[in-house]
Ligand binder design. Structure first.
Ligand code: PBG
Ligand code: ZN
Length: 366
């Protein structure tokens, strides 16, 4: 008999690493896993449990439910406005009334919530639109909470959509023209607070400034929003997969790129440090982004910290599946669901995806 013992334990030996983490998403065996008791062929035949749909369902390790999906929506001024995003079929820039319509459809399909992005009418050098009391996200959040009180409203907290230069923070005065981390924190905190005041259920900073979670937590707590959770885009990589989003959100940087603040795609240990810092600063939930090309990071983050963890299936991931699907080269529905399941299996408790409503409907159909 083979004696194959797999040790899964955290190298740093934190509490969660040894005891086992979530009951789902393949973490039941965190701890010492032994295959010693397993027979060998022909006694042991894995195919026995694959014979029928009912048997397969019975031993399925990972679930994917509509309630684990969050839909990103892009809000812009107007009424009855739906501007299609060319690189993301099925995605639109929507006026607030249309956001509510789209959100209602998502809710009817069982989707947990929406995450709002805003396209302001004017941009400037200090992202005024990001924290304006009547900014586009604030207006839309209010309308959503009034019309659909049960649906979770998350808000993306960043400045890039509101900055004339398209960067995620204040540009410093030194000649490097980089984003000034510390000067940006106050604006991010102000933005998050204005979202909470407008009724956001969760604020989600995506800027990648150091110390922003602490700054936001402090601002929320000081103004009576100690109950508002923070979902931190903790491990957010500088990624070419954000291309279609920047068209949708009109947020491409006018010069340079985001590599001086978003993470280098080569770094996994640094991602764990980023997550550790954000948890220490008070992040209630952490996110890995993008998802598909970073499933290993997702896995490690969940194993190491056991914290509520999100995956963001980003615009480029969506665009690739849609494009190949439209050509008839892949089965769009099957590939979408398989991909979302992979994110859950890797360790995501929930997934932000442009396919949320469609996927929720497909899951219902079975
Ligand atoms: C803003 C932000 C971006 C995304 C989410 N929030 C773009 C970026 O960082 O350039 C990307 C989402 C997507 O591609 O779907 N900071
Ligand atoms: Zn940004």
């Amino acid at each position: 008999m083979r004696l194959l013992t797999v040790l899964i334990c955290s190298r740093r030996g934190n509490a969660m690493g040894r005891k086992g983490v979530a009951a789902d998403a393949g973490f039941r065996y965190a701890g010492v896993m032994s295959f010693a008791a397993l027979g060998q062929f022909p006694q042991y035949r894995p195919r026995r449990l694959r014979q029928s749909p009912a048997l397969r369902r019975l031993v399925r390790e990972t679930s994917l439910r509509a309630g684990q999906l969050v839909l990103p929506l892009f809000a812009r001024a107007g009424r009855k406005v739906r501007v299609p995003v060319a690189s993301m079929p099925g995605v639109f820039q929507l006026s607030p009334d249309e956001v509510v319509r789209e959100a209602a459809a998502a809710q009817a399909a069982g989707v947990a919530g929406v995450i709002l992005f805003g396209i302001p009418e004017r941009k400037d050098e200090k992202a005024s639109g990001a924290y304006a009391a009547n900014g586009i996200v604030q207006q839309t959040a209010r309308l959503l909470k009034r019309g659909l009180p049960e649906l979770l409203v998350l808000t993306d907290v960043c400045l890039c959509e509101y900055m004339s230069h398209g960067h995620c923070g204040i540009i410093g005065r030194n000649k490097s023209r980089g984003v000034d981390n510390d000067a940006t924190l106050a604006l991010l905190a102000r933005t998050a607070l204005s979202h909470a005041e407008a009724g956001a259920d969760v604020v989600a900073p995506s800027d990648m400034m150091d110390g922003r979670v602490a700054a936001i937590r402090q601002a929320l707590d000081r103004h009576g929003f100690s109950e508002t959770p923070i979902l931190s885009y903790a491990a957010k990589f500088a990624s070419a997969y954000y291309g279609p989003f920047r068209e949708a959100a009109e947020s491409a940087p006018k010069f340079g790129d985001r590599r001086a603040y978003q993470m280098d795609g080569a770094n996994a240990l640094e991602a764990l440090r980023e997550v550790a810092l954000d948890i220490q600063e008070g992040a209630d939930m952490v996110m890995v982004k993008p998802a598909l090309a970073y499933l290993d990071i997702l896995r490690r983050v969940k194993m190491e910290f056991g914290h509520p963890t999100a995956a963001y299936a980003v615009s480029g991931e969506y665009a690739m599946i849609k494009a190949a699907g439209a050509k008839g080269w892949i089965d769009e529905r099957a590939v979408t669901l398989e991909t979302l399941l992979a994110m859950r299996r890797a360790g995501a408790d929930f997934i932000i995806t442009y396919s949320a409503t469609e996927a929720a409907r497909w899951l219902k159909e079975g």
